[in-house]
Ligand binder design. Structure first.
Ligand SMILES: [Zn+2]
Length: 448
């Protein structure tokens, strides 16, 4: 054995080795998006990640090896509000060309890991979903909404409005002319609408998402169904490739593909958004128009559900036209991923074009958002007061009502006393937000 290898040769060999095995991928940033029932962790990388992973028990951990990657990204600075993830740290890698990450978990969680290709504003990503498998497929929940009021003749249930703020978390939605994210606009308008609805006796709002995290489209309608929602309202902001288009539009489910250019564009762009935040490879195969419902029930509920959707959308347009420009004066039909739940009346409101500089400014302005929310609230509330679902407080108020013309000296509290009903119920029945009544005003008096 000849040990006399010249030192320069040795250096040369090492150098060659490191050149050949150059690890050229790198973690640039990390985002952690906790939602109520899962956590999404996103690693931004220079290149498409080559990865493998396995779980470890006692304590629960998830080990991820990423090949051809170097650099020590500092995980300490990453904001982590997740209940599922304790911390991310490095461990000894399999070899010098790879890194090993250890995710310390708070419980045994089955992960779903996949890579995402670059889509603005992000580059190559590795996505680690912890928690329920939110792949866009709705779970098999029973269609409770159909039998909801069967034995409930005397109940005073609230009318439930599921508010779906579009996009969220890793999916920014459309990006505005000046860089605003649609996901933030939709959440702000959604929250304003929820507050208005919750302030109204006989109605209750459910936020499909109430923070900055992503919810798969199947899961969105699933949440609405679990809460037995009477209406599903999805809030969005439009974008186009040019800054000119502007105005709001309202969309309802179509069982056919869209037959207008705008409809096809929207189908494409909203689906595109799903790819930004969702499990891209699973979307195509899992998409189904009738998510988790038996055919018979779809047949029974589709007609009435679509009628309601259409009626509400017309009302929404009438109210929106008072506060903003309209892009389309009639409800539009398209087969959008988020509107594929035929058992729940559903509408999608594009509140304006975020790609239009003026409308982007408006959509970022809280007074304008409030106006939009008020318009939506009025249309929705009017619809359900005129057409209250059976078994709800609104149905009871409508059924038991009579009228009274206000005379001099009469007040709401006096009338409430005389008719033996509460001031609150008179206000609900008449959509009043003040205690002041005028002489000659005709009031609906609910029976107690
Ligand atoms: Zn959108």
């Amino acid at each position: 054995m000849n040990l006399k290898i010249p030192i320069f040769a040795l250096i040369g060999m090492l150098f060659t080795t490191s050149m050949t095995w150059a690890a050229d991928n790198k973690i640039n940033s990390v985002r952690i998006w906790p939602s109520p029932d899962n956590t999404r962790i996103v690693l931004d990388l220079d290149d498409v990640p080559q990865y493998s992973y396995f779980p470890l028990k006692n304590p629960e951990r998830l080990v991820i090896d990423i090949a051809d990657t170097t650099g020590k990204f500092n995980f300490d600075g990453v904001q982590n509000d997740s209940d599922l993830l304790k911390k991310i740290r490095y461990s000894t890698a399999k070899n010098k060309q790879s890194i090993r990450l250890v995710l310390e978990l708070n419980k045994n969680i089955k992960p779903n890991i996949f890579s995402l290709r670059p889509t603005a504003p992000y580059g190559n990503r590795l996505v680690i979903d912890l928690g329920d498998k939110d792949t866009g497929v709705a779970s098999k929940s029973s269609p409770k909404s159909v039998v909801r009021y069967q034995d409930d003749e005397q109940s005073e249930l609230p009318v439930i409005i599921a508010i779906d703020a579009g996009h969220g978390g890793e999916d920014p939605g459309s990006i505005g002319y000046a860089g605003s994210y649609e996901k933030n606009v939709t959440l702000a308008i959604g929250k304003a609408l929820a507050e208005l609805i919750d302030n109204e006796p006989g109605m209750k709002a459910i936020m499909v998402r109430d923070g900055d995290y992503y919810v798969g489209y199947g899961k969105r309608t699933d949440i609405a169904r679990q809460h037995r929602a009477n209406l599903f309202v999805s809030i969005h902001a439009d974008a186009f490739t040019t800054p000119q288009p502007s105005g709001a539009s309202v969309w309802v489910l179509s069982m056919r593909r869209a037959d207008t250019e705008l409809g096809r564009w929207l189908e494409k762009s909203e689906k595109h958004s799903e790819l930004l935040g969702g499990a891209a490879e699973i979307i195509q195969s899992s998409r189904s128009d009738e998510v988790g419902l038996p055919q018979t029930i779809i047949g029974l509920t589709r007609d009435s559900s679509m009628t309601t959707s259409y009626e509400v959308s017309e009302g929404v347009i009438q109210e929106l036209r008072k506060v903003t420009k309209l892009h389309k004066k009639r409800p539009q039909a398209a087969s959008l991923a988020v509107l594929t739940s035929p058992d729940i009346p559903s509408i999608l409101v594009e509140t304006g074009f975020i790609s239009n500089p003026k409308e982007e400014k408006n959509l970022n302005w809280s007074a304008h958002r409030q106006k939009l929310a008020k318009a939506l609230h009025k249309a929705i509330s009017d619809h359900f007061k005129h057409n209250p679902p059976h078994g709800t407080l609104l149905a009871k108020l409508k059924q038991n009502s009579r009228t009274h013309r206000v005379r001099s000296g009469e007040s709401l509290s006096l009338l409430a006393q005389r008719y033996n009903v509460s001031v609150k119920n008179i206000k609900v029945a008449n959509n009043l937000n003040t205690d002041v009544v005028r002489i000659g005003q005709v009031l609906t008096i609910p029976r107690s």
